[in-house]
Every structure is written in C-alpha cells, then in structure tokens.
Design a protein around this ligand. Structure first.
Ligand SMILES: Cc1cc2nc3c(=O)[nH]c(=O)nc-3n(C[C@H](O)[C@H](O)[C@H](O)COP(=O)(O)OP(=O)(O)OC[C@H]3O[C@@H](n4cnc5c(N)ncnc54)[C@H](O)[C@@H]3O)c2cc1C
Length: 389
C-alpha cells in the first residue's frame, strides 16, 4: 500500500478516459443504449475497460484479474474518476453475475461465461425483481421446476434494465415452491434467445426505454446452467450484490457536479443577485458538503475494514433525497422554461435539468428505496424495534 501513488493512478485514469472515451451523449443514471450503434460502441468501450485493467481487477489472475495484487482503494478511485469525467462504465450486470460465478460457478460455467463477460461478447441483465417482489424480493413467484437434466421456467420479471439487448440473464427463480420464502430459490444463467422468453420494453417518463418486462413461458434452461446449489439462490444473490460495493460513494460526486453546474447556470443567466436563489443555493451547498463528509468518512472506514451499519443506507438515502431537491431547483430556477420537455429544442442546458428531474425518482427506488434505507438505519444501525409486518 505504501508504494501506491494515488495521484499518478488518478492521472493515468484521466488520461485514459480523455484519449479513449467514446463520443456519446451524456445521459443521467443507468440508461440503456438508444440503438444498435450505441449498443455496439458501449460493448466495445466496456470490453476495453476490462482489457485495460480498470474494471475486473479484483478477479483472480486465471480469469484476467489481478487477484492478490488488487487494492480496493483502486476500485474506489476508478469509480470516482469515471463519475467525475461522466464517462460510461461497463454496461449491464456482467460484473454482478461474474461475482456469482466466481464464488459459486462450476469450472465449466467459469470457463464459458467469464471470458465473454470481459470481452463483452455477452451483455448480462439482472432478472430478480417481479411485479410483487421488489423490496420484498424473496416474495418472487417465477418458478423453475426440475424436469430431469433441465428446468422449466414460468413467470414474469419487471424493471429488467438492458434486457432488450442482453445475451444472458442472471435469473432468480423459485425451484421449491413449498419451501419457506428465502429457502426455495435458485440462481441461473439464462440465454435470452431461449424460446419462450418475451421481452417488452417499458416507456418511462424520461421518454426512454431503459427497463423491460420479461415473460417466461415454458422456458427450458439446462441444469448445467444453475449457478450454485439448488435452493441456495438467496445466498448467491446477496453475496454477489455485496460485491458491488464501490458505486454508492461515487454518487456524491454527482451532487457536487450538479451544484457546480447550477451555480454556473445562475451566473450565466444573470441571476446571481437574486436573494432567494442565493439562499437556496447556499442551503444546497451546505447539504452537499455534509453529504460529502458523510460519504468520505464511510469510504475511510471501508478502506480500513471497519463496518458501520449506517454507512451505506445513510449515503444512499442522503444522495437520493438531495439529488431530487437539486434537480427540482434546477428546473425551478429556469422559471416557465423549466416545464419544457427534455427533448424540446427550447429547453435550457439541452434539457439536462429536465432529464435530471425526471430520472431523480429512479434513484429513490433502485438499489433499495428510500423507505427501505430508513428501515435499515432504524433497525440495523440504531437498533430500534423492527417495523410491524
Ligand atoms: C432505475 C431502476 C433500475 C432497476 N433495474 C433492475 C434490474 O435490472 N433488475 C432487477 O431485478 N430489478 C431492477 N430494479 C428494481 C428495483 O430493485 C425495485 O424497484 C426495488 O427493489 C423496489 O421494488 P418495487 O419497485 O417492487 O417497489 P415495492 O417494493 O413494491 O415498494 C413500493 C413502495 O412501498 C415501500 N415499501 C416497500 N416495503 C417497505 C417496507 N418494508 N417498509 C417501508 N416501506 C416499504 C417502498 O419504499 C415503495 O415506496 C430497478 C429499479 C429501478 C428504479
């Protein structure tokens, strides 16, 4: 750790991004490619990021990572620098699936799937949530019933980001419908072109289709594509989700960027003398500072292996709430033109604030809703009584 030169590492990432980042329009949040061209460009870029070693460095050496040489501070720095540069990160759920495969996959699965995750021959989607199973994921009803050396899948998923152009789905399904909620679930790698799968893109209020409904009608998946033991899917899913740790910290960078952009906008629009706007910006500034300190303290603890139950929910909740407030401030300051649609040619700042505002709701839901974060804070961090079911 002592010979690790942080500023040189940061500069290397910045130089890399400046020299290589594809020329695609910036869009807020986790968005799907708009068309085949964008999908191709993002696949190539994602593959490059694995090949360059900026992503997937924590994988064992035999699968292309750096194994023991890997330092988790590097993961945090990479995430931060990509957020600062607003550069796209690898698309899809390949990293999530990789962590399931690395921990629980068979040698055949690892040999077949892991190289194609790195090369982006395969884009993965995450097939967990269902219409009645989101926060309460263990309430899922999609079944995968064993029939000899295969399973037959029936049911429906929803919110499946990127499913419309994914090659493989990381699927959770109920393999023992009679078992208790968390016990009868298994995990699978499911080829998305298997007969019986219907993907329907959902049109969102942002005007884009970033997630989908996915229907399964007697879909056959070979038993060799079950990841881990039968009925151990809950453990596999939670283990792989826990491996995706670096994202939360980068969120506060987005807050700072938006606040800076808002201040620049106010200056350019000649509004800096408006006392109400000044007061609202000062208030936002104070809140963003606090969020930054909370996040930095959490990062510091994580790097030293200290566990504080409040860190992740507090950072995530603080970001989601503040991000909504800032994006609202963005359109409010624009006055009547703030109400224009994102793609309206008259929209100020190329519709950035409208897109921020419309997407801000997604952050209050994905990765655990605000209310679930509050429950975690109350019950796990503060030790308050569990909420009545
Ligand atoms: C942008 C985005 C991308 C996503 N991508 C994917 C994906 O690729 N794959 C995937 O599988 N899923 C994905 N999701 C789904 C996401 O994980 C779920 O939306 C989330 O878990 C919430 O579930 P839900 O939508 O069913 O809401 P529900 O769980 O039905 O919640 C409805 C409301 O009730 C509240 N609530 C629920 N339970 C409690 C409780 N115990 N206490 C207090 N309040 C409660 C919630 O906070 C919310 O306000 C994505 C979601 C978003 C927004």
């Amino acid at each position: 750790m002592s010979e690790f030169d942080e500023s040189a590492f940061r500069q290397r990432i910045r130089d890399y991004i400046a020299a290589n980042v594809p020329n695609l329009p910036y869009r807020v949040g986790t968005r799907s490619p708009e068309d085949e061209h964008e999908s191709r460009v993002l696949r190539d870029w994602s593959a490059q990021l694995y090949a360059s070693g900026f992503y997937g460095a924590d994988w064992p050496t035999q699968f292309g990572g750096r194994g023991d040489n890997y330092q988790s501070i590097e993961e945090l720095i990479v995430t931060e620098e990509f957020a600062k540069a607003r550069a796209p990160i690898p698309i899809g759920s390949g990293s999530l699936a990789a962590h399931a495969l690395l921990h629980f996959g068979t040698p055949r699965q690892q040999a077949v799937y892991l190289p194609k995750i790195r090369s982006y021959e395969h884009v993965w989607c995450q097939l967990f949530s269902e219409p009645d199973a989101g926060s309460d994921l263990a309430g899922m009803r999609t079944t995968a019933i064993r029939d000899g050396d295969r399973y037959v899948v029936n049911g429906q998923k929803v919110w499946s980001t990127n499913a419309a152009f994914s090659d493989i789905g990381y699927l959770l399904a109920r393999t023992d419908p009679s078992a208790s909620k968390h016990a009868g679930i298994s995990a699978f790698a499911l080829a998305m072109d298997t007969p019986g799968i219907t993907v329907r893109p959902l049109r969102e209020m942002t005007g884009t289709s970033d997630f989908n409904e996915v229907f399964f009608d007697d879909v056959v998946v070979p038993a060799t594509d079950r990841i881990g033991d039968e009925n151990n899917g809950w453990h596999i899913a939670t283990t792989s989700l826990a491996s995706e740790r670096a994202g939360v910290g980068a969120l506060v960078i987005r807050l700072r960027q938006n606040l800076d952009a808002l201040i620049a906008y106010v200056r350019a629009a000649g509004l800096r003398g408006d006392p109400i706007i000044r007061q609202r910006l000062a208030d936002a500034h104070a809140r963003v500072e606090v969020a930054t300190w909370v996040s930095s303290a959490a990062m510091e603890r994580r790097l030293h292996g200290a566990i504080n139950e409040a860190d992740v929910p507090l950072t995530k909740l603080g970001f989601a709430v503040l991000n909504e407030q800032l994006s609202y401030l963005g359109i409010d300051i624009q006055g009547i033109r703030g109400a224009l649609a994102t793609e309206d040619p008259e929209a100020l700042d190329n519709g950035h604030w409208q897109d921020e505002f419309l997407y801000a709701k997604a952050y209050t839901i994905s990765g655990g809703s605000n209310q679930i974060m509050q429950n975690l804070l109350g019950e796990r961090a503060l030790g308050l009584p569990r909420e009545p079911k």
